[in-house]
Design a protein around this ligand. Structure first.
Ligand code: HEM
Length: 404
């Protein structure tokens, strides 16, 4: 291995100012050997077509990297995952994943997202009322993006009032943890117990929500999800849907505040809300996200490179969304361009984001209603002074202070 391989990840200040290295790599070395902070090497994939291929080809497995995250609590080795997180059936063998995904996907679908819309709208309006009453400037990350993301998950799982504080405790713990794995594990322990409690209650008194539907759903052979699989599914959806959504709302708000001409078009109501959301997902997506690292289970040819079996392969979803082979002027934020088919923010193939329909409703209502309520919304200290932060998965505004 070439020890002079370039270091990755590349430094950047604003998450959507693309480091120049990406354009050079897309042009000259679309599958490039890189050195990671821990000294290990990997192959970095930067073109849209190649990234999509890695996402949808099962020979690029998410298993080793995710299994690393599954660490049992040393204090209770047979108990819940404390030091890590069990990705369960989302990283199972392709056949087991497909079986789980077909059953869960029959319940978590665009129809479910639509049926959730009125409750998402109610959450949004409640948060907007609270903002309107708060002294300015208001931080939209802690005052809007995170609470909305958590509120939507509570609506999705119909979390009863008495469990909501524990859900909030989990969420606060996760945010505080940042890149600290021990703190992350402690937060996951809280979530695991909440999910277990939710499933146990749904088993006793099913009601007519998502959990009842998942309990009633059957595989083709007539069997159902076990309680453990259901707890794992709730856990996975919560962890996959919380910070991603919050960061995506925050990044989308910042991109609009940075581009007053585009914001004017959004305010004017001449561009469809759905189109704005897709361009935000393309231009201002959360980062490389949790689809970041895969491992080859066989020698695989990608472009001109043969990647040996057992290699780490890093895909850059944000570089894919800036691929000039895919769309013109990729570096420009243009809310009307129609970018739904030009980003991979929700992945691709068998693991395509299960929550995408829910996230799309959340983004459309969350962003659209904010502008309608506060037409004069602006960054309190200027978008150049926004401070960014990172954790293992995302790069995003630490705070987004605004006035109106
Ligand atoms: C804007 C917000 C979101 C973004 C950017 C996002 C992004 C992604 C991406 C890139 C993947 C693919 C991972 C891979 O290929 O390994 C994924 C998978 C997944 N997402 Fe999302 N997500 C979002 C919101 C949500 C929400 C709200 C939920 C749940 C309600 C959710 C649940 C899931 C699940 C369960 C998977 C795993 C699917 C599988 O392995 O079959 N996501 N998401």
């Amino acid at each position: 291995v070439d020890d002079a391989a370039r270091s990755y990840p590349f430094a950047r200040r604003c998450p959507f100012d693309e480091p120049a290295e990406f354009a050079r790599l897309r042009a000259d070395e679309p599958v490039a050997l890189v050195t990671l902070p821990n000294g290990a090497h990997g192959y970095l994939v930067t073109r849209y077509d190649d990234v999509r291929r890695v996402l949808s080809d099962e020979r690029f497995s998410r298993r080793p990297v995710r299994q690393d995250a599954v660490r049992r609590d040393p204090a209770a080795p047979d108990g819940p995952p404390g030091g890590g997180f069990d990705f369960g059936l989302s990283i199972a063998d392709p056949a087991d994943h497909e079986r789980w995904r077909r059953l869960v996907g029959s319940v978590v679908n665009p129809r479910l997202a639509e049926s959730l819309r009125p409750r998402i709208v109610a959450r949004v309006e409640e948060l907007l009322d609270a903002l309107a009453a708060a002294p300015q400037p208001v931080d939209l990350m802690s005052g809007y993006a995170y609470p909305l993301a958590l509120g939507v998950l509570c609506e999705l799982f119909e979390v009863p009032d008495d469990l909501r504080p524990r859900f909030a405790e989990w969420a606060a713990g996760l945010r505080r943890a940042g890149a600290d794995m021990a703190a992350f594990g402690a937060a996951m322990g809280t979530l695991y117990r909440c999910a277990g409690e939710l499933v146990a209650r749904a088993r006793k008194e099913p009601g007519d929500g998502l959990l009842a539907a998942l309990l009633a759903a059957r595989h083709d052979d007539g069997t159902a999800l076990s309680d453990e699989q259901l707890v794992g599914t709730v856990l996975l959806m919560t962890i996959a849907g919380y910070e991603t959504s919050a960061v995506q709302i925050g990044n989308g708000l910042l991109a609009l505040l940075q581009h007053p001409d585009q914001l004017e078009r959004v305010r004017g109501g001449t561009v469809a809300e759905a189109a704005v959301v897709e361009e935000i997902l393309r231009y201002a997506q959360a980062g490389t996200g949790f689809a970041g690292t895969t491992y080859t289970t066989a020698d695989v040819e990608l472009g001109a490179v043969t990647i040996p079996a057992g290699s780490a392969v890093l895909i850059s979803l944000d570089s894919a969304a800036r691929d000039e082979r895919r769309l013109p002027r990729p570096e420009e934020f243009d809310v009307a361009r129609g970018s739904a088919r030009h980003h991979l923010a929700f992945g691709s193939g068998a693991h395509f984001c299960l929550g995408a329909p829910v996230a799309r409703v959340e983004l459309a209502e969350g962003l659209g209603r904010l502008w309608r309520r506060f037409p004069a919304l602006k960054s309190a200290h200027g978008t150049d002074r926004v401070v960014f932060t990172s954790n293992l998965l995302h790069h995003f505004p630490a705070e987004l202070p605004v006035t109106w």
